[in-house]
Design a protein around this ligand. Structure first.
Ligand code: ATP
Ligand code: MG
Length: 177
């Protein structure tokens, strides 16, 4: 097989099992260890006080962490407002990619913008494809569609075998948030 130099990959972590966001954050931790610059952009997050947001402060100037999702969901009673917020968040992500200041850009829970038809899939695919040649992009979220899977270099599906939620265990600090 022909050997290639550094190639910016599109990696997708999808599926219903737990571990998509934490796998992406693990990759960020790894890249930071090599002195690389990382951007994490989170779409559609809940109201937990996520530990990762605090940890991000340990890497000033190298880890840019943005939570764009607060305030919009896919079942709100003001869909127009939510679509506008989703569009704003996507525009920010697309600009971050195009600027090329990072070695790794993580778009956490981006799949929902496509699956809830908030942003056109083609537009997202075009933004991802326009990344600089050496930039890696990670997309996480359940239900990655055919277009995203076809565009990706690596796709991992997290499959649930067991989850403590089914035994009535609620979300815990350090595990879920
Ligand atoms: P994590 O952020 O822990 O890596 P994830 O990104 O794979 O998880 P999401 O699909 O983003 O998971 O879901 C967010 C939260 O929902 C996670 O905290 C996860 O533990 C929880 N979760 C995953 N599977 C289930 C399930 N079957 N029932 C209830 N909660 C679940
Ligand atoms: Mg997640």
């Amino acid at each position: 097989m022909k050997q290639m130099g550094k190639k910016g990959l599109l990696l997708v972590f999808t599926g219903n099992g737990k571990g998509k966001t934490t796998a992406a954050l693990g990759m960020a931790f790894r890249a930071l260890g090599h002195g690389q610059r990382v951007a994490v952009i989170q779409f559609i997050k809940g109201s937990w006080k996520y530990g990762e947001l605090e940890s991000a402060k340990c890497f000033p100037g190298r880890l840019d962490f943005h939570v764009m999702g607060r305030g919009f969901t896919w079942n709100s009673d003001n869909m127009d407002k939510d679509i506008a917020l989703a569009r704003q968040a996507w525009t920010f992500a697309r600009t971050t990619i195009a600027e090329g200041k990072h070695d790794l850009v993580i778009l956490d829970e981006l799949t929902y913008l496509i699956s809830y038809a908030m942003i056109d899939e083609d537009e997202i695919l075009a933004g991802l494809a326009a990344r600089p040649e050496s930039m890696h992009v990670v997309v996480t979220g359940r239900g990655a569609g055919k277009g995203l899977i076809a565009a990706a270099d690596l796709v991992t599906e997290m499959r649930e075998i067991k989850h403590p939620y089914h035994d009535g265990v609620k979300a815990q600090k350090g595990i879920e948030y």
